[in-house]
Design a protein around this ligand. Sequence first.
Ligand SMILES: Nc1nc2c(ncn2[C@@H]2O[C@H](COP(=O)(O)OP(=O)(O)OP(=O)(O)O)[C@@H](O)[C@H]2O)c(=O)[nH]1
Ligand SMILES: [Mg+2]
Length: 401
Amino acid sequence: MEILILAVVIAVVVLGALGGLVIGSRRKKSLPPPPPAAPDITAPPAEPHVGDEAETPRDEPRRTIEEVDLPDGSVAVEEPPVVEELPPTEIEIPEPTAGRLVRLRARLSRSQSALGQGLLALLSREHLDDETWEEIEDILLTADVGVQPTQELVDGLRERVKVLGTRTPDELRGLLREELLKLVGTDFDRTVKTEPETSKPGIVMVVGVNGTGKTTTTGKLARVLVADGRSVVLGAADTFRAAAADQLQTWGERVGAYTVRGPEGGDPASVAFDAVKEGKEMGIDVVLIDTAGRLHTKTGLMDELGKVKRVVEKHAPLDEVLLVLDATTGQNGLVQARVFAEVVDITGIVLTKLDGTAKGGIVVAVQRELGVPVKLVGLGEGADDLAPFEPEAFVDALIGE
Ligand SMILES: Nc1nc2c(ncn2[C@@H]2O[C@H](COP(=O)(O)OP(=O)(O)OP(=O)(O)O)[C@@H](O)[C@H]2O)c(=O)[nH]1
Ligand SMILES: [Mg+2]
């Protein structure tokens, strides 16, 4: 019996041990060792080893070249272009052009009063003898009216004074006003042409000898046009000096006009061509081309100017070629005018610095010389000191009202 019990105990123990072995082996099979390559995301991070930081984790998303910040270049291109194109200075609203000459009349009469007042004083003499008429002639010649126009004026006045008989100061002033107006001419079309019939933009080129006021006039004219609600592109075809383009650009920036410029010493014709091209593409109303000052005696430079005009005309005919003359140079301006008119057909004259000379008679002389009207006058260095030329206001300024 005892032996039986012992055998049962042994059998239970052996069976238990065998069962445990079976369970143990099953457990081992159900938990196979993890494959070495498979990452275990839930596992705690492994201890860092030397050099770990230097490695880029392979599973991090790859960065493309576009997403890399570059110092300039591709990143800048994506910025809104508006910010780039805004001029640094605040845009000014220029004065309206109407009645400018009236506003500036004080400057004219200050410089021209010698002419008008001198004539009136002489005409008021009781006896208008030959000597007095000669003095009248001298005054007109000194004011650069020119020989032929002077003769016409004196003849006209002599005749009318004779008919008039007795003369009051008012009558004399009236007579002189009429005769001067006849001389200056009231029939010319003095509008600056900027609106071509066919297609935009209007093209205006500004020419003249050195220092007459071309760039200043171009800048002032841009302001006039902007004040009248037109859009303007400036062409800096003075490539002799970088400063010339800077000067023009500064004028443009003040009224929000874009300036097309080329490399210093570059071909002025190509800058002018590009300016018109840009103007066309941007749908601009008027392109104003400033050219380098050149002596009319330098044939090479005059030929260059002719080329600038011809190249621009590949786009369209020019609406205006404005010759800028410095009124203080007097009769020499006439010689310049003649040569410039031969090379590029002048369509209008801008007489600058009329505020600083008593030689306002040049208006008459230069119109006679070229058969082309004075369209604008410069009466100071201020931004709005350019006025449309109005014969009545001009003559009134000469003789005083
Ligand atoms: N008083 C006065 N000065 C003027 C007038 N127009 C221009 N000026 C001055 O004349 C000087 C020359 O003017 P610019 O416009 O640079 O002359 P420019 O013809 O472009 O000169 P270049 O390009 O060197 O040939 C400047 O000091 C102007 O301020 C004017 O109507 N009155
Ligand atoms: Mg200039």
